[in-house]
Design a protein around this ligand. Structure first.
Ligand SMILES: [Zn+2]
Length: 258
């Protein structure tokens, strides 16, 4: 039974608004790539401590994976937070045009600076509400690194971090408020490195071997494979190092020309 004067949980949310907006801004201003979210993890940890959560660190041996728990008895409710940025998305805040702060630098896409802060906001609000209402229940905040690529939650699941969790809640910023029932796919990330052999493009092309040609051949094959894959499967790719800016300007070729 709830106490008769228990305020709605939304009041607990409103009470915390300014500090968690500030946290989101702090994460936006200092974007960090996957598994290097040291500033973000420490900021989230500060808030967990300030609100009396018991903290577990280095989950699965990952320095930026943290968990905070508050409350007693009842079900275990997990709210999942994330805080890593993507490369190349550096962006000035509050501007609806591409305006990088650091050209080529990292940044948070589609509201991801809020993925950790708003989840923590929810966890603290629910913790306060449970205490005020006298309802048994434990609320946990999981600060999971490498959401953009790196799959930290897979390691947390493997190591039992969610074994006693009754419900886990995640969210994503969008233009409306609603409950979605999306289907997620498992993700495997592979990195291939191709090695070529430099040779002067005009004087001895027959002695060279192009790593870029091999990348193209592999892509060609994968594109044909797509035709025969189950519709639920996806393959995406990125050439993260194209092997130089010109076929004539790799370092070995340049010294050959000189
Ligand atoms: Zn997103």
């Amino acid at each position: 039974m709830l106490k008769s004067d228990t305020k709605p949980v939304w009041d607990c949310v409103e009470d915390l608004k300014s500090s968690f907006r500030e946290l989101s801004d702090q994460i936006w201003e200092r974007p960090e790539l996957n598994y290097r979210e040291f500033h973000a993890a420490s900021k989230h940890k500060e808030h967990l401590q300030a609100h009396g959560f018991q903290i577990a660190e280095d989950l699965s041996g990952i320095p930026t994976a943290i968990m905070g728990e508050a409350g007693e008895g009842g079900p275990v409710i997990a709210v999942l937070g994330e805080y890593d940025a993507l490369p190349g998305l550096s962006q000035e805040a509050g501007v609806a045009a591409q305006r990088p702060i650091t050209p080529g630098g990292a940044g948070h896409g589609c509201g991801h600076s809020m993925l950790g802060s708003a989840s923590l906001w929810a966890a603290v609000a629910v913790k306060n509400w449970l205490a005020e209402a006298g309802v048994l229940g434990r609320i946990r905040y999981y600060g999971g690194p490498a959401e953009e690529g790196g799959s930290s939650k897979s390691f947390l699941v493997r190591d039992g971090a969610f074994d006693d969790v009754d419900v886990a809640i995640s969210w994503h910023p969008t233009a409306f408020t609603g409950v979605l029932n999306p289907v997620s796919l498992a993700c495997v990330e592979l990195e291939f490195t191709f090695h070529g052999r430099a040779s002067h493009a005009a004087l001895a092309p027959h002695l060279g071997r192009s790593a870029l040609d091999t990348v193209e051949l592999m892509n060609f094959g994968v594109n044909h494979m797509r035709e025969h894959m189950p519709t639920s499967a996806r393959v995406h790719d990125a050439v993260i190092d194209g092997g130089g800016t010109s076929p004539k300007l790799s370092r070995r070729e340049l010294s050959y020309v000189i």
